[in-house]
Design a protein around this ligand. Structure first.
Ligand SMILES: [Zn+2]
Length: 434
């Protein structure tokens, strides 16, 4: 027996050392099963597929034609195309629409992996059609509130990205060609922080390079909402501008936003939700986001980003669990609490802004951009899909258009200054002659 000891002990020591080393690194990474992490799959008993979710929404619209309409908007850029479905809720559609109503725009599923957000969209639409109910909600007073509202709901902003998630890429947040749709907007676009993650936060080749962002901008500019909410998951938070800096805007509108968020936190988040500017609260600055564009350029007086659920204890590789509830109880709690939060917004939002609230006008460049977009889209539909003018890229066309405007103004200025010079010189000449 004694002679076996020198043979076995070095092997045993090395094995023990490697086992210890593996354990040590597992602890460092906060992951107890590094080589074979058990990833949570999408629970099909809880979650709809993207196809089923859209079918449910279409059926709902067909059952409630008096309240709901559905539009599908398509766009493409350099061989990549996308489409976005928008549901518009408006009671009294049959009556003359002369009285201006309060407009609310909600977008869900901007990031592919955040499936729970689109389930909330479906729940809100079902409650609006009185097919589902919220506890403690007085239907008569709700009807009165809803009479004065037009609500647009985008249930799945990033359908292409969502399809990648459903095909097994559970951590995908970007669109169908790898661009983060919440970094593709023009306010402070493309700026990269020290902790910039090129995989997660790819802003695209230019502001609005992505068809999804183009479509969303078109919806926002034409609808001109009083309230915008971009609904995400990954944590529990109620954010207001700004995302690209760690401050909130000054003045009364900012205070109104904050007071609405505090009320929501108190009523529906049991004060767990983080409140403040996205950039100041989330731990990183985000550049080129939708909410900063809505606030700064579309002049939406109340622009928010909500984070409705997060499992901070989940492994960073276990994306489905990190961003979505995985048990029936939590799934239902999130749907109930957050759909109730939106009905609180429907009620309190118009009161906070005042009945006769009128929005400041849009940024003038947005109007020109939209005119051009409309022109291009119109032409593409008249001449069929393969219209080369779209392939040129909207950014380049806009730049040429602005240069053309600038040079016209300069020419006009030079022309006017020549006329005024000759007007002033004439009397002096005639005075001398007389
Ligand atoms: Zn997100």
């Amino acid at each position: 027996m004694a002679h076996q000891l020198p043979l076995w002990s070095p092997l045993c020591i090395s094995l023990c050392f490697f086992a210890w080393l593996q354990g040590f690194f597992s602890v460092v990474h906060g992951d107890t099963n590094l080589s074979y992490p058990s990833l949570t799959p999408i629970d099909r008993d809880l979650y709809h597929s993207s196809g089923d979710l859209m079918e449910e929404i279409k059926a709902l619209v067909l059952r409630h034609k008096d309240k709901l309409t559905l539009d599908t908007i398509k766009a493409q850029n350099k061989g990549y195309s996308a489409e976005i479905a928008v549901v518009t809720y408006s009671r009294r559609r049959q009556e003359a629409d002369d009285k201006p109503r309060f407009r609310i725009l909600l977008s869900f599923g901007q990031h592919g992996r955040e499936l729970i957000t689109s389930e909330v969209a479906l729940r809100i639409l079902s409650i609006l059609c009185i097919e589902k109910f919220l506890p403690n909600l007085d239907q008569a007073s709700l009807d009165q509130t809803l009479d004065n509202l037009v609500i647009k709901v985008v249930p799945m902003e990033n359908l292409n990205g969502r399809r990648l998630v459903e095909a097994g890429d559970l951590c995908e947040r970007r669109n169908g060609r790898g661009v983060d749709l919440n970094r593709n907007w023009s306010v402070d676009w493309g700026k990269k922080e020290k902790d910039y993650d090129p995989y997660e936060e790819n802003p695209g080749t230019a502001p609005f390079s992505e068809p999804e962002a183009q479509i969303m901008r078109k919806i926002a500019v034409s609808f001109d909402p009083h309230i915008w909410v971009n609904i995400h998951s990954g944590m529990e938070a109620l954010f207001m501008p700004y995302d690209h800096k760690n401050t909130t805007p000054d003045g009364v509108p900012s205070q109104k936003m904050k007071s609405l968020l505090e009320e929501l936190n108190h009523l529906h988040c049991q004060k767990r939700c983080m409140i403040g500017s996205g950039g100041g609260s989330v731990g990183y600055l985000a550049h080129g986001t939708a909410t900063d564009f809505m606030f700064d350029i579309v002049k939406v007086p109340m622009a928010f980003t909500f984070e409705i659920y997060g499992d901070g204890a989940a492994s960073s590789k276990d994306c489905f669990k990190m961003f979505n509830p995985t048990d029936f109880g939590t799934f239902n709690r999130v749907l109930n609490e957050w759909s109730a939060a939106f009905f609180t917004i429907f009620k309190l939002g118009p009161n906070l802004l005042g009945e006769n609230y009128s929005k400041p006008p849009l940024d003038k460049w947005v109007s020109i951009d939209e005119y051009l977009d409309g022109y291009l889209v119109e032409r593409s539909s008249r001449y069929g899909k393969k219209m080369e003018v779209l392939e040129l890229g909207l950014q380049e066309i806009r730049t040429y258009f602005r240069l053309f405007l600038l040079s016209s103004v300069l020419l006009l200025f030079m022309f006017c200054s020549r006329i005024s010079k000759s007007k002033f010189s004439r009397p002096i000449v005639s005075a001398i002659a007389l």
